[in-house]
Write a protein that binds this ligand. Structure first.
Ligand code: GLN
Length: 491
């Protein structure tokens, strides 16, 4: 194959250029990825649904467009995997839940529609924790996804299928959603890059709502440049989402520009926390060293309210989830289990349709919002959420980006945390800050433990400063702290 690297090892931008220059056809590219998925996804379980026919149809349309002399679009012919809580017209949206059985999306989510309009080829739908609740993809009603770096371990979650798909070379780009770390944590555990954009950057229309004040759609990919390219395509005002910001989408060159004059704050509480594995800490320190050596001005910064993040997140997210998930009652969507009367039908449907973790969240959220407790829990959580955001505002007066580990550990064995919800919740102890404050954050690989399991470096930036986060991530990426090679069968 021209240029050395096989198609599945190329970043999205490079693959697009090969297709645009007609070195390879979009159809050949689509077939290459579909073949890989057919051969190798049995051992990984990244996809819940592969749409080979739809992918080939849209790849041929790309080729026909280029044959006719049409200008190549920003993602012309680039195969993309989509988390199965985002609607793709004509395909089931399952949210990895039984309760959506039989539901077929009537239209594309806005982010998906924008990908298509930019020439992307939608390969299929990826596995997730049910309704995006979890950090390991073990909460899927359809079985877990495995980590391509070590299939005895989890890929992280909840966008574990999207992260595994990119890490295994099944797609150069995937969409995920991030409510409290669900793009960044699986990116970290699978050794790829993930971006949670500023709240409001990307339309949430067509994303099944979990915590509406926290949810954002974003890319998982291999390079900061690809994340910038994807963001430039999916971002922008959408009349279908009143919280989407009336701003132009940022430029595809967002990750360029280097570290010139960049002030970097290392979050003290994130590096001193209990439960941070020594290998992860060492990898993060190496990344900080890269930034310093690259000319950034590095200092330590304190976020005193960091320790409250998880408690606040698990009150706000569960409260919003209990309200959002009320719509799954057997009437409008998916599964219906008949009962003795209407209330019985609701009960039977929800009892059979939802898994254990989703039920736990609904119960927690309903309790936190209930009369008599809403002041003590939900309202109080909102006040502390404000204080956490204030900490960040203060820190960003002194520095341009805040850095630390994305997650406290490398990928853990399947089954290790599934009986211990609190241990699972703590996977996102560093990630939830960005969601609570609505700011952008990137996870970029920064090394591995002695067994070769990847560690993630988190870069947070002020609202709308994805450029700063991506520039810092690009510098860490360029240092090559994690060997890029796909291991074993995934080479
Ligand atoms: N792991 C966190 C949770 O279980 C975050 C999930 C997410 O970002 N969707 O809620």
């Amino acid at each position: 194959m021209a240029g050395g690297l096989p198609l599945h090892a190329l970043p999205a931008a490079a693959l697009r250029d090969r297709i645009a220059s007609r070195e390879v056809s979009a159809e050949e590219a689509a077939r290459h990825f579909l073949d890989r998925i057919a051969r190798l996804d049995g051992g990984i379980g990244a996809f819940l649904r592969v749409d080979a026919e739809g992918a080939l149809r849209s790849a041929r349309a790309s080729d026909a467009r280029l044959d006719a002399g049409g200008a190549p679009r920003p993602l012309e012919g680039v195969p993309v995997a989509v988390k199965d809580n985002l609607n793709v017209e004509g395909l089931p949206t399952t949210c990895a839940s039984r309760i959506l059985e039989g539901f077929v999306a009537p239209r594309d989510a806005t982010a998906v529609a924008r990908l298509r309009a930019a020439g992307a080829v939608i390969l299929g739908k990826t596995n997730l924790d049910e309704f995006a609740m979890g950090s390991s993809t073990e909460n899927s009603a359809f079985g877990p996804t495995r980590n391509p770096r070590d299939p005895s371990r989890v890929p992280g979650g909840s966008s574990g299928g999207s992260a595994a798909a990119v890490a295994a070379g099944f797609a150069p780009l995937a969409l995920g959603s991030d409510t409290g770390g669900s793009i960044r944590q699986p990116a970290a555990l699978c050794g790829i890059l993930g971006l949670k954009p500023t709240y409001g950057r990307v339309s949430r229309s067509g994303l099944v709502a979990f915590g509406s004040s926290l949810d954002q759609v974003g890319p998982l990919c291999r390079t900061a440049a690809d994340a910038a390219l994807a963001l430039s395509v999916i971002a922008g005002r959408d009349p279908m989402d009143a919280t989407s910001l009336a701003l132009e989408a940022p430029a595809a060159s967002l990750a360029e520009g280097g570290l010139r004059g960049m002030r970097v704050g290392v979050v003290k509480e994130h590096l001193e926390g209990e439960g941070l594995e020594p290998a992860v800490k060492a990898a993060v320190e190496a990344a900080v060293g890269v930034l310093r050596a690259g000319g950034a001005e590095v200092r330590e910064v304190s976020l005193p309210r960091s320790g409250d993040g998880i408690a606040v997140y698990y009150l706000v997210a569960t409260s919003e989830a209990s309200s959002n998930l009320a719509r799954f009652d057997g009437v409008r969507y998916g599964l219906r289990v008949e009962g003795r009367d209407l209330a019985g039908m609701y009960e039977e449907t929800r009892d059979r349709g939802f898994g254990t973790e989703v039920k736990r969240r609904i119960l927690l959220g309903t309790f936190a919002l209930s009369a008599g407790y809403a002041d003590a829990y939900y309202q109080r959580a909102l006040r502390v959420r404000r204080l956490i955001a204030d900490d960040l505002d203060r820190a960003f007066r002194e520095v341009d980006v805040l850095v630390g580990p994305t997650a406290p550990t490398v990928a853990f064995p399947l089954g290790e945390k599934i009986e211990d919800p609190l241990a699972m919740y703590l996977c996102d102890v560093f990630a939830v800050t960005a969601n609570l404050a609505g700011i952008p954050a990137v996870s970029v690989p920064c090394g591995a433990d002695p067994a070769g399991l990847p560690a993630g470096f988190q870069v947070m930036a002020p609202a709308l400063r994805e450029d700063a986060a991506l520039r810092a991530a690009a510098a860490v990426e360029a240092a090559g702290l994690l060997p890029a090679a796909l291991p074993g069968a995934f080479a």
